[in-house]
Design a protein around this ligand. Structure first.
Ligand code: ADP
Ligand code: MG
Length: 332
């Protein structure tokens, strides 16, 4: 019996040795601040950082020599296997959202100044003209050879971070990582659980203040938010956000101010967060009812909160939203 405390101490030491140390890194890429945390060797963080820079080199619409930049200047060409794979998945998500996500909307993103920061309100005629080239369904992709319709320019900015997070998570899991958190500028991917076995808790920013509207408890899931409060400009009291409605060629104004999509696949969540922001509440409900693989947490311009029923037990309102009635969207 007297040995028991000693045994317990030895056991505790042994267990402590089993919990890997956290390795973290903060970097700036894809126009945003990224944070990588892994409970495992530093190598995993370094590999992930390299993967991010490689992905940016392939996918950036502005970086000279990227697959996308080359394609946009020539209108056609061969792309790397990774680019082709993302392009194929992105086109599926465009179709799934009936074109609310449209990866050919870039001429309008650029015309409104969201690429350069030189914001402006284009004339109606200019918008009409640029819209003629917008049509994801006319993009041809065959064995890595891409052809763009006339006047179209590709931009994978709405899906690139989610896709990159998927690749990092896949690599980490293959390397045996049981616990990690990938945050690519608010595009979060939780790998496994917390090192103590609990869920990761991911905050959702309050679109109206610096706090949080709530948090979700997840494991092995992406949590991706698109918001009109993230990148926008104001003129004559009107706010113009960086997400463009491909129907109108103007900044989306659907009544939603924050859209969070939660699911296993980062690229799907990223694409859908942008698309749902364009679609608005009613179309979002319909999309969710007709498809599996994701849940939604929505904040309207009036500050109402809607969640789909899969989040009922994992969403916690915070920072002043504790008494806000949460409307649950159900299947049946
Ligand atoms: P962020 O990258 O700022 O987190 P999103 O994932 O919502 O936000 O992507 C927004 C980016 O996608 C814009 O900066 C623009 O380049 C591009 N984009 C804007 N509207 C659309 C759209 N309707 N479909 C596809 N891409 C879009
Ligand atoms: Mg997105």
């Amino acid at each position: 019996m007297r040995r028991l405390p000693l045994l317990a101490a030895a056991l505790a030491l042994l267990l402590a040795g089993c919990v890997p140390t956290a390795r973290s890194s903060t970097l700036f890429a894809m126009d945003t601040v990224m944070e990588l945390t892994v409970y495992g060797p530093r190598e995993r963080v370094d590999e992930a950082a390299e993967l991010i820079h490689d992905a940016e080199g392939l996918l950036s619409v502005t970086a000279e020599g990227s697959d996308i930049a080359l394609l946009n200047s020539a209108g056609e060409g061969e792309v790397h296997g990774e680019t082709a794979a993302l392009l194929a998945r992105a086109l599926e998500i465009c179709a799934l959202t009936d074109g609310a996500l449209d990866i050919t909307v870039y001429p309008l993103v650029r015309a409104w100044g969201f690429t350069t920061g030189e914001y402006r309100i284009p004339e109606d005629g200019e918008i009409e003209k640029l819209l003629e080239g917008v049509d994801y369904a006319s993009v041809r992709l065959e064995d890595g050879a891409v052809t763009l319709p006339r006047g179209a320019l590709l931009d994978l900015g709405a899906v690139a971070k989610g896709w990159t997070a998927d690749l990092i998570a896949e690599g980490w899991r293959e390397a045996g990582v049981k616990s990690g958190l990938i945050n690519l500028g608010g595009n979060v991917m939780a790998v496994g659980s917390k090192p103590n076995g609990g869920d990761w808790v991911v905050g959702i920013r309050d679109p109206f203040s610096d706090g949080l509207v709530g948090a979700v408890s997840v494991r092995d899931a992406a949590v991706v938010t698109s918001g009109g409060y993230q990148r926008y400009f104001e003129e004559d009291g009107v706010r113009y956000c960086h997400i463009i409605d491909p129907q109108t060629g103007r900044p989306a104004d659907s009544g939603l101010t924050s859209v969070t999509v939660i699911g296993a696949e980062g690229v799907l969540c990223d694409g859908l967060s942008t698309a749902v922001y364009v679609m608005g509440l009613d179309a979002a409900e319909e999309l969710w009812r007709e498809n599996a693989g994701f849940e939604l947490a929505l904040v309207t311009d009036e500050g109402e909160i809607y969640i789909t029923e899969g989040l009922e037990d994992v969403f916690t309102p915070m920072d002043g939203y504790e008494n806000t009635e949460i409307q649950v969207i159900r299947r049946g």
